[in-house]
Design a protein around this ligand. Structure first.
Ligand code: SF4
Length: 335
């Protein structure tokens, strides 16, 4: 059984200009011990999909429809009698079963509290540990995430750590609750390349040691190639293609996925072929296109693409894509 199963999730943000349709009819699942990468440009809906799942949407965000099943429970907001009950439930889940690692550790860490307090308090809140036991566990977690001299460093403040070490502390805090699911939102974007590789390796090691599932939100296909078993490609609030890492890297079907792959350097390709950025800009989600969200940027667009949302083509249990090019009845390019 999947650890997390999301069915037909749609989330909007209420604004004075109308509803911003940030997440549109998204369905996917992730199993224990699996790493799922969610890839897309800014505004593709990847982060809002995850904030919807964690109950962390901004105050004007509303889950309009869909189901979220996590660890055998239905945690969709519609399943609760009141907003308060839903929020209380999500507080418990976020404290005990789901953890999030954010892009910038400094927005997560409290600058005026020693690391000791920031690790020990959640341990005492989420378990029955005494302060002494929690301190021991905190030191153990610091060792686990590769922080040298933890006995000395636990007494320091966040500003006394480098960017990479701060992200390790955030990961240690995320592990205080033994999460079943870790959601990492661009966790390496703010770090330099060498430290990025170390943090990704750490996340992978922890996943193998704890069997937690990891959802990695990223705009970087290089991160996906290093870490992920499954990949979701989002565009204009829609899930346009999903598959294993092999499906996405070696057999991409959606023109947007192919465009993203053309934007990254292939170390095995020694030709001088220049990288090709995808021309154009993403759709306005206040007034999204009636048909395929990629229509204005797609070199293969047909008339049908403008007016009708592509149906899903299933290539295998994992590999699915929403593009009219794959539909057997669709007209061909130029029709
Ligand atoms: Fe391009 Fe049409 Fe496929 Fe959309 S459905 S990606 S516009 S070919």
């Amino acid at each position: 059984m999947a650890l997390l199963e999301v069915k037909n999730l749609s989330t909007v943000f209420k604004t004075d200009h109308g509803d911003v349709q940030a997440v549109r009819d998204v369905s996917f699942s992730v199993n224990e011990g699996e790493v799922l990468g969610i890839v897309g440009e800014s505004g593709s809906g990847k982060s809002q999909t995850m904030y919807s799942i964690m109950g962390l949407l901004a105050s004007n965000g509303v889950i309009e429809s869909g189901e979220i099943l996590f660890d055998g429970e239905d945690i969709s907001p519609k399943n609760f009698d009141s907003k308060k009950k839903y929020e209380n439930k999500m507080l418990t889940i976020r404290g005990n079963k789901m953890a999030m690692i954010f892009q910038d550790p400094m927005t997560f860490l409290n600058p005026v509290l020693r690391i000791e307090t920031q690790l020990i308090e959640p341990l005492m809140n989420h378990t029955n540990m005494s302060r002494k036991e929690a301190r021991e566990r905190a030191l153990e977690l610091m060792r686990l995430v590769g922080i040298p001299s933890p006995e000395k460093r636990i007494k320091q403040y966040p500003f006394e750590f480098s960017g990479g070490m701060r992200q390790r502390i955030v990961i240690a805090i995320a592990l205080t609750c033994n999460p079943k699911l870790i959601i990492a939102d661009e966790p390496t974007t703010a770090l330099d390349v060498t430290i990025q590789a170390q943090v990704l390796e750490l996340i992978d090691t922890l996943r193998r040691e704890t069997n937690a599932a990891v959802i990695m939100i990223t705009h970087d296909l290089g991160v996906v190639a290093k870490l992920c078993d499954k990949v979701m490609i989002m565009y204009g609030g829609k899930l346009v293609e999903q598959g294993t890492d092999q499906d996405i890297f070696y057999h991409p079907q959606h023109p947007y996925t192919k465009g993203l792959l053309n934007c990254i350097a292939n170390p095995e390709d020694d030709s001088d072929k220049p990288l090709e950025p995808i021309a154009g800009s993403p759709p306005d989600l206040l007034n999204p296109p009636k048909g395929c969200p990629f229509v204005d940027r797609c070199d293969d667009a047909m008339k049908v693409c403008k007016w009708y949302m592509p149906e899903e083509t299933v290539f295998s249990a994992n590999h699915k894509c929403k593009c009219w090019l794959n539909h057997p009845m669709a007209p061909k390019k130029g029709d």
